[in-house]
Design a protein around this ligand. Sequence first.
Ligand code: GNR
Ligand code: NI
Length: 169
Amino acid sequence: MALLTILEYPDARLKRIAAPVTEFTPAIKKLVDDMAHTMYEAPGIGLAATQVDVHKRVIVIDTSEAKNDLKVFINPEIIVADGEIVGEEGCLSVPEYYESVRRAAHVVVRAHDVTGKSFELEATELLAVCIQHEMDHLKGIVFVEHLSQLKQIRIKNKMKKRHREAERV
Ligand code: GNR
Ligand code: NI
């Protein structure tokens, strides 16, 4: 399994819109395996293909405590979204930054698994938040874009500093 490189905000490639998967090939299976490995290694509770510069509608999520409940969503669609939840979010593409974001409290998502089989999943709490966060990535949206312009400028400056410092070593 390969460890993939995670793009960091404000990389322009994070703005790309992911295309639907049309064939459930061994290459898609490998992408899912590599994404799961990369997510667990990071560590994170979710990862969208966009973050590893693959612009396909593929998401992996594991919000379990034991990290033994991998969920794979290919071509996900939210078919029900209601209620409101505000929770602190972080993103592997915006390291060391956490901020509250408002999301739907309850979602029903329809997607395909890695074999191409269609399924529906109902989610609340952290899983619902994570699904919405990952589906934003597939649309080219990073969670900080839900925050004020002032916060976005501050985050960009912080990330610039981080990238400058990474260059020096
Ligand atoms: O690891 C992650 N934690 C997290 C916490 C609260 C809300 C969303 C997330 S997703 C994030 C991993 C990531 O960046 N996925 O795109
Ligand atoms: Ni993210």
